[in-house]
Design a protein around this ligand. Structure first.
Ligand code: FMN
Length: 335
């Protein structure tokens, strides 16, 4: 879609509250797909690359959280992403936090969200994926239910993995959402080692009988350099297949002017870009080229895509950039 066209659509969508316009946009997209209209969308030029043993047509994929329940995979695929990540999916359905829980910061090209893993649960998602036509690269992002105590978190991730691996090109272990109390404590050394060891064991069992499903860990941008160093050591020890850097931040730097800056939740979009790239720059040498990095956080235009790749990322994911700029972001992925 041409930018000027999207700017009209954006005006219409921004008339509604953010969560409502999210649903309107996705339902509209699915309708357009059913009518065959999405065939008219110009697809990015192919620049294939192999990452985690998978061949991606170009570097730009869709980040988790836009399609939590795999309700819109075929329509989203028609937009030309080289991969799509659905979720976060938890074992049981849950409603998430009370609305309002999603806020636009238009001037800053940012969002604050405290959705809290609202999703329909793994059974529903498996059912949706049975019906999906898409055969491209699909990441499935898994998490734990809010009411599962932290010491039993590994059981929830194992359940998600067991239930959903057969639909997945890779599985993302989300331990970095700021909106599930205690979740980010799973990034601490002992908890992380135990969780990843459990999932690697599960991965091994599935690989023996079926196929190898790459495991990817999604991390927070709010980790100190020391914490990142420990994280890198554990990821290498556990032979994790990829890292997504990063999730949303709880910092509020650069958005002090916004009337919603005080809202609790994770900040995404342009104000996250620099911090998230800085994390990639620190992580890249620590991972010694053994674990590929997928960039997420402030991928908002061509320049930010190039910045992420130059910092050491192999692929990038978009979310907030799509809300503000539409498909313009993907027009030139010539890297
Ligand atoms: C409304 C919303 C919901 C999100 N839900 C999830 C989620 O369920 N799981 C997850 O791993 N990340 C989730 N994210 C984080 C995004 O996947 C992404 O990592 C983050 O927004 C930073 O990228 P961006 O600046 O391009 O948006 C969500 C982000 C937003 C804005």
């Amino acid at each position: 879609m041409h930018f000027s066209m999207y700017s009209y659509l954006r005006k219409f969508l921004f008339y509604f509250n953010p969560e409502r316009s999210h649903t309107i946009a996705l339902q509209g997209l699915r309708f357009a797909d059913k009518l065959g209209l999405l065939r008219l969308v110009t697809k990015p030029t192919a620049h294939p690359r192999t990452v985690m043993g998978l061949t991606f047509q170009h570097p730009v994929g869709l980040a988790a959280g836009l399609d939590k329940n795999a309700d819109y995979v075929d329509a989203l695929a028609a937009l030309g992403f080289s991969f799509i990540e659905i979720g976060t999916v938890t074992p049981k359905p849950q409603t998430g936090n009370m609305p309002p829980r999603l806020f636009r910061l238009v001037e800053q090209e940012a969002l604050i969200n405290r959705m809290g893993f609202n999703n329909k649960g793994m059974e529903y998602v498996a059912h949706q994926l049975e019906k999906t036509r898409y055969r491209g690269i699909l990441g499935i992002n898994i998490g734990k239910n809010k009411d599962t105590p932290l010491e039993h978190a590994a059981d929830d991730y194992r359940l998600g993995f067991r239930h959903l691996w057969k639909y997945a090109s890779y599985i993302t272990i989300n331990i970095s959402s700021p909106n599930t109390p205690g979740l980010r404590d799973l990034q601490e050394a002992n908890a992380l080692t135990a969780l990843l060891a459990t999932l690697k064991k599960e991965q091994g069992k599935i690989a023996e009988i079926h196929r190898y499903i790459p495991l990817v860990v999604k991390i927070s941008p709010d980790l100190s350099h020391e914490a990142l160093r420990t994280m890198a050591t554990i990821l290498l020890q556990q032979k994790i297949d990829g890292v997504i850097a990063t999730n949303t931040t709880i910092q509020r730097e650069g958005i002090e002017q916004s009337p919603v800056a005080h809202e609790a939740g994770g900040l995404s979009g342009r104000p996250l870009q620099a911090r998230s790239t800085y994390v990639i720059k620190q992580l890249h040498p620590l991972l010694q080229n053994n674990i590929p990095i997928i960039a997420s956080g402030g991928v908002i235009d061509k320049a930010s895509i190039q910045e992420k790749l130059a910092a050491g990322a192999s692929l990038v994911q978009v979310y907030t950039g799509l809300i503000y700029h539409g498909l313009e972001i993907m027009n030139d992925t010539s890297k």
